[in-house]
Design a protein around this ligand. Structure first.
Ligand code: AMP
Ligand code: GLY
Length: 423
């Protein structure tokens, strides 16, 4: 089978690495990919949100399956585009249609979905620009810190948490009245602040049955000790030590099952991943957000722990024979540390040559923002490289990861030195 993976980050390199191991694979294509995916297949210079370009590639390369990495293509409706095109409708698309993708594309919709299905989440209300006064009144009823969320996709920047009510009111105005996040903040969700530790839950579903992937915890802030600006993710670890069996069972009973059943009851077809951002408050799980794809950098620690053939599992969905049998999981630990460009997540420079890659085992890293030219690998994004460590214990995995990252050099390289130390 010929497979196309859409996207260009560490998540997509990890997917390419996993799929490349399957005996079912003939040719692997990645669009647009990075310097790492190039070693596993053919990179195609296409944009994941330009569906006509994707269609042309799929027909040219006789591709039978498309695995969608980033949310933008899903929210824009790539699954429906394929389903409604006579030349593409036989192609298996791993990723939900626009109706399902709304769980990530609209925070208001996601909150209403949770309310309908009794799924535990923070108390909230949503507001349009005309309701600015009601929104301010609602803020006054809440206790600080105040959580404001742009309804639409905002590249991970649309959530603001503020301690001060005056600042919260000003941000609310800027979001609702001055389009701080463009169209995405034309609706704002104001919600109760939940205090606890976060973890990420990944579910693969055909819309009826589901399989759980390993849980992971990511590190979102740029600075050590979880300080400074939010990023796409600076590191991740799997399994999650505080996800003990009784808590895990609550996640399944109160959140995963009602989510899958809820989709079914509402007649929303769903093929692909549901990534549930969770927070543990006391001993109970609450949903922070839904995503409709795999997480990055969580994927870089989740996939190395899956022993089953993921491509075969995807094919079973396409052929209507997906089952609920658990995936085979490696009980050991995997950790990743993100090496980023100096200045990230604010302005940063690209195009810095990366050295030291030859000293690293190919399983010791996944490329994120990189490109290759004349056999030299250059930085090409904020998050540059996900360095991996594995071991029977978390300590061993961390030791290996931090030893691996020392091999790598480029101008302005930065990484957090405290991934996993809180656990
Ligand atoms: P999101 O984009 O929804 O994942 O939000 C980004 C981050 O904001 C989350 O990972 C949490 O750390 C934090 N966050 C979002 N909603 C809440 C909440 N209701 N209470 C506490 N923290 C939150
Ligand atoms: N690491 C969080 C995300 O992928 O959204």
């Amino acid at each position: 089978m010929n497979v196309l993976i859409l996207g260009s980050g560490g998540r997509e390199h990890a997917l390419a690495w996993k799929i490349a191991q399957s005996p079912l694979l003939n040719n692997l294509f990645i669009g647009p990919g990075n310097a790492g995916t190039k070693q596993l297949g053919t990179n195609l210079a296409i944009s994941p949100t330009d569906f006509d370009e994707v269609k042309k590639a799929v027909i040219d390369k006789q591709i039978q399956m498309v695995v969608v990495g980033p949310e933008a293509s899903l929210v824009k409706g790539i699954h429906d585009y394929f389903a409604n095109d006579a030349a593409l409708k036989e192609v298996i698309v791993i990723g939900p249609g626009a109706m399902g993708a709304k769980l990530e594309g609209s925070k208001k919709y996601a909150k209403e979905f949770m309310k309908r299905h009794n799924i535990p989440t923070a108390a909230y209300q949503s507001f349009s620009p005309e309701e600015i006064q009601q929104a301010k009144d609602f803020l006054k009823e809440m206790n600080p810190p105040y959580v404001l969320k742009a309804d639409g996709l905002a590249a991970g920047k649309g959530v603001l948490i503020l301690d001060d009510i005056v600042k919260a009111e000003a941000e609310l105005e800027s979001m609702l009245l001055d389009a701080k996040f463009g169209e995405a903040s034309a609706t704002v969700v104001v919600e109760e602040f939940l205090s606890g530790v976060e973890l990420s839950c990944f579910v693969l579903t055909d819309g009826e049955k589901y399989k759980l992937l390993p849980f992971a915890k990511d590190y979102k802030r740029i600075g050590e000790g979880d300080t400074g600006l939010n990023t796409g993710g600076m590191g991740a670890i799997s399994p999650v030590p505080f996800n003990e069996p009784a808590f895990r069972q609550k996640i399944i009973d109160r959140i995963v099952e009602p989510t899958i059943k809820g989709l079914q009851r509402e007649g929303i077809p769903y093929i692909g991943f549901v990534f549930i951002g969770l927070i543990k408050v006391g001993s109970d799980p609450y949903v922070i957000e839904y995503n409709v794809r795999l997480g990055d950098p969580e994927t870089e620690v989740v996939l190395p722990r899956i022993k089953s053939d993921l491509l075969e599992t995807f094919v079973s969905i396409g052929e209507g024979r997906f089952d609920s049998d658990p995936l085979e999981i490696d009980p050991g630990y995997a950790i990743t540390i993100m090496a980023v460009s100096g200045g990230y997540p604010e302005a940063y420079e690209k195009g810095k040559p990366i050295t030291g890659l030859d000293d690293l085992d190919s399983e010791a890293l996944f490329h994120a923002g990189t490109r290759e030219e004349n056999s030299v690998v250059y930085t090409n994004g904020g998050r540059v490289m996900a360095i991996i460590g594995k071991g029977d214990t978390m300590e061993k995995a961390l030791e290996e990861g931090y030893s691996n990252i020392k091999c790598l050099q480029y101008e302005g390289m930065y990484y957090r030195k405290d991934i996993g130390f809180d656990l």
